[in-house]
Design a protein around this ligand. Structure first.
Ligand code: DX5
Ligand code: ZN
Length: 230
């Protein structure tokens, strides 16, 4: 079984010292950097856009640059993020009329494509695209803010999706499952148990005094006895 990857969200970081934070996250051995882009329309807050991702690229080191677009009409923005150095772009299926076309356009730029599902959005919405995408992002909170509590019912969705991917060879390549929101050392094990491949963690890492320890405790939960009891 492949080890779970940790994607650190910088949403709740101090934006005045991101260069230092990115270095510390790399030292703490996170696998990915998760950039939460919010436009004040698809979700109420505005976070940052492509120019910020572009400016941070030189400080990302070896970390994989994962852009989560929480914006309306993502098709109008993907080009800027590809330009800015995104290596994977996820967009919300609720935010565009032509998701298949957008997946094609992201992939033709030479990077990976993901689709995000809000808590009320069923798996069926993405089912016909599973053979084309690299990642399904299951929101385990309502998008818009870091630091919220994980919605346990979403883990059922993760489980169903895992089962669907594992039992459906017709979808060709199998996309990875990413969970996003409320992932802490207390919930990480349940997310992995449900079938997640990549855990996004924002405040669980950023608000810790010791990033390495925080990352380690997300990974350790994976090895906790409760995971192996059956
Ligand atoms: C929420 C974002 C998440 C969030 C995660 O809209 O998509 O990536 O920053 O933060 P935590 O881990 O604090 O829930
Ligand atoms: Zn996110």
């Amino acid at each position: 079984m492949e080890e779970t990857s940790i994607a650190a969200s910088i949403l709740n970081a101090d934006f005045g010292k991101l260069e230092k934070t990115l270095k510390e996250l790399e030292d703490a051995k996170v696998d990915w950097l998760h950039f939460d882009v919010m436009d004040g329309s698809f979700v109420p807050p505005i976070s940052f856009g492509a120019p910020v991702v572009k400016s941070l690229k030189p400080y990302c080191g070896e970390l994989f640059r994962d852009v989560h677009l929480m914006v309306d009409k993502p098709e109008e923005q993907v080009g800027q993020f590809v330009e800015a150095g995104a290596q994977l772009i996820s967009f919300h299926i609720e935010a565009t009329k032509h998701p298949h076309r957008l997946v094609q356009s992201i992939k033709s730029s030479g990077i990976r494509a993901g689709i995000a599902l809000n808590p009320v959005t069923p798996i069926a919405m993405v089912q016909d695209l599973l053979g084309d995408i690299d990642l399904v992002l299951v929101m385990t909170v309502n998008p818009g803010w870091g630091g919220q509590e994980l919605i346990p019912a979403q883990l059922k969705k993760v489980k169903e999706l895992r089962q669907l991917l594992d039992t459906n060879p017709s979808s060709g390549r199998s996309p990875k499952i990413q969970v996003d929101g409320g992932v802490t050392s207390k919930t990480a094990g349940a997310c992995i148990e449900a079938g997640a491949d990549i855990l996004v963690a924002g405040s669980a890492i950023i608000s810790a005094n010791d990033y390495s320890q925080a990352v380690e405790s997300l990974r350790l939960d994976h090895l906790s006895p409760k995971r192996h009891k059956s």
